[in-house]
Design a protein around this ligand. Structure first.
Ligand SMILES: CC(C)(COP(=O)(O)OP(=O)(O)OC[C@H]1O[C@@H](n2cnc3c(N)ncnc32)[C@H](O)[C@@H]1OP(=O)(O)O)[C@@H](O)C(=O)NCCC(=O)NCCS
Length: 164
């Protein structure tokens, strides 16, 4: 099996990233949005990314995108030490250290640009993500009760944060 490479995403990655994001949305259990952006939209976003404000990493094994991680600092000056985290790993790549590898690359970037707090929301039934974040030192910050509603009913959205 080829080694895993973790690097900054660039516009030509947009198509593979959207395909991966679509597969994660199709699982139906992890994200709360309606679906991935259009390939052109993501490509444009990646071209215009301000490296002092956002980090967009891709994990690649051979020719295949195995996962990605996004960190975006909040815009108001008084909140700009906070960055919001999103990440996901392709189903066949799970439990091989991909998410851990992405996070290990994200912390130095965050410290380097002055981010001192990483923040995220995770659905209460997402045991894998909660275990990952707990292992990584994220702590509970609060609970948005019955924040998510789908065909399985209501689900809490847990807020977690890690101070760097
Ligand atoms: C959550 C997710 C990102 C984890 O990615 P991953 O690459 O499989 O995670 P890693 O292999 O780096 O795991 C690191 C640690 O997290 C914990 N962990 C990860 N998946 C787990 C699982 N299914 N059950 C229990 N613990 C788990 C373990 O402590 C693991 O260390 P270990 O394998 O040495 O025991 C992945 O399952 C995923 O993409 N899920 C769907 C999308 C998603 O939930 N994104 C996050 C939304 S908030």
């Amino acid at each position: 099996m080829p080694d895993l490479t973790i690097r900054a995403a660039t516009a030509p990655d947009a198509s593979a990233l959207v395909a991966l994001q679509k597969s994660i949305y199709d699982e139906g259990r992890w994200f709360v949005g309606d679906g991935p952006p259009a390939v052109e939209t993501l490509g444009q976003r990646l071209r215009l990314l301000d490296p002092a404000r956002s980090l967009y990493l891709v994990a690649v094994r051979g020719e295949t995108v195995a996962g990605w991680l996004e960190l975006h600092r909040l815009h108001p000056k008084k909140l700009s030490h906070v960055a919001v985290l999103t990440l996901a790993v392709a189903t066949p790549e799970r439990r091989r250290g991909v998410a851990g590898g992405l996070l290990a690359r994200a912390y130095p970037w965050a410290r380097g640009v002055g981010v001192t707090k990483l923040q995220l929301g995770v659905r209460a039934r997402n045991g894998a993500a909660r275990a990952l974040y707990e292992r990584e030192g994220f702590e509970p910050e609060g609970c948005e009760r019955s924040q998510v509603r789908d065909e399985d009913g209501f689900e809490d959205n847990l807020l977690m944060a890690k101070f760097l």
